[in-house]
Design a protein around this ligand. Structure first.
Ligand SMILES: Nc1ncnc2c1ncn2[C@@H]1O[C@H](COP(=O)(O)OP(=O)(O)OP(=O)(O)O)[C@@H](O)[C@H]1O
Length: 394
């Protein structure tokens, strides 16, 4: 009804113009009219028209173009629920993500997914976004590093309000790599704000991290407790799912998933889908089944002996529970190099070093990865060991 107030006014003086205005979304509230045009060009035209021909109109007219309002949602159409392989270790996460995409903000907000590298966490985030968009929800994906960079830029340009608005103006916020919040105080503050707003409006938040919220470093308790306030789910990769993933990826790359090829890939890769994909891609590029990576007991021993020698510790100590600082460092680095140079699986590495399950190797390798990212001296030391070891292993 209200819409007619503006249009009849235009109609009275210019029927042609009224016909054009009818194509736009017109909202009247109190003494204000909002007109949303499909393009910037139309917006310019409306502005000019109002200035020249509607000077006498008694209400304030605000004109926006839908183009101007369009924000990049960063959702990758490649990652969907349809092409996600489901098995015992990820089916709960899969089901919950599907529910969240269909009914955001209802049952599981915030949803916090965590798990090791390359297990499909990012894939599920995008899948939520893609599905939610088909249902008409506004979803947005961002990694913490991008969120942080964008915030710094907005602060510099005096556009922080616009930045906040963008992240609050969604039905589903999908945030990746939450572990990178460590020590970023301003980013933590802004995220806290966004978080509180979205929670107040009962919007959906999905967070992904390589570790449990309690294991996040340098993140204040008030954020950690928010992260823990909804549903926490760990995502893994069990043997059965891993084999299904290998079969699916082989088919995607045009290989037939024969048992011999599947076990060839299984033997030469670890529990990381990105690594599995990389291995199959290499097979495709080479046009043949490549030579297995040398990863027998002997090569693990070579790595251990080499690292122990450099640290001037007895190699046997690396396979014990010794808590000596030097031994612990050498052990963690040897585990890391078994992973990166030999491609050994976490289970294999843990087993060799006499640990109960794969999480010991996982934890050690994560620690080295993190230190390598932040400590240049440490990075150079690893590089030196890698170069030396490559010669020994070839
Ligand atoms: N269950 C799965 N089914 C199909 N593809 C998968 C599955 N899990 C992972 N992938 C694929 O493996 C690759 C790595 O997955 P993704 O980036 O989602 O891992 P991640 O858990 O987010 O790891 P990171 O912490 O390193 O970012 C992607 O190409 C993804 O599509």
């Amino acid at each position: 009804m209200e819409r007619l107030e503006f249009l009849p006014f235009v109609e009275k003086q210019d029927r042609f113009a009224a016909g054009v205005f009818r194509q736009f979304l017109i909202q009247e509230e109190g003494d204000m009219v909002l007109i949303v045009t499909p393009t910037e060009e139309y917006k310019e035209w409306v502005y000019a028209y109002i200035k020249t021909r509607l000077k006498d109109y008694p209400k304030k007219v605000v004109v926006k173009s839908a183009q101007q309002d369009q924000v990049k949602d960063n959702i990758n159409p490649r990652y969907t629920f349809e092409n996600f392989v489901v098995g015992p270790s990820n089916q709960l996460a899969y089901k919950v993500c599907l529910e969240v995409a269909e009914n955001p903000g209802r049952s599981f907000s915030p949803l916090f997914l965590y798990g090791s590298v390359g297990l499909g966490k990012t894939h599920l985030l995008h899948a939520i976004g893609n599905r939610a968009k088909t249902k008409g929800y506004r979803a947005m994906y961002s990694s913490i590093n991008d969120f942080s960079e964008e915030m710094v830029k907005a602060l510099k340009e005096g556009k922080i309000e616009k930045f906040r608005e963008k992240y609050i103006n969604v039905d589903i916020l999908l945030l990746d790599d939450v572990q990178f919040l460590a020590g970023k105080e301003r980013t933590q503050m802004e995220l806290f704000r966004v978080f509180e707003k979205l929670q107040t409006f009962e919007k959906q938040i999905v967070l992904v991290s390589d570790r449990h919220p309690k294991d996040l470093k340098d993140v204040p308790d008030r954020l950690v407790s928010r992260f823990e306030s909804g549903l926490l789910l760990e995502i893994g990769l069990d043997d059965e799912t891993r084999i299904s993933v290998i079969k699916k990826k082989l088919m995607e790359y045009g290989f037939s998933p024969e048992d011999s090829v599947v076990s060839y890939v299984a033997e030469n890769t670890g529990y990381n889908v990105r690594e599995i994909e990389g291995f199959i891609r290499t097979m495709k590029i080479l046009g043949e089944v490549p030579k297995p990576v040398r990863r027998d007991q002997r090569s693990i021993e070579t790595v251990v002996r080499y690292v122990a020698k450099n640290f001037k510790v007895d190699p046997e100590l690396l396979r014990t529970d010794s808590k000596d600082r030097k031994v612990v460092s050498a052990r963690q680095i040897a585990m890391y190099l078994c992973k990166t140079l030999l491609g050994s699986s976490y289970t294999e590495i843990s087993r060799y070093f006499g640990k109960k399950d794969h999480t010991s190797a996982l934890y050690a390798i994560k620690k080295v990865e993190e230190k390598r990212r932040t400590d240049r001296k440490f990075h150079h030391m690893l590089k030196f060991l890698e170069d030396g070891l490559r010669k020994h292993l070839s």
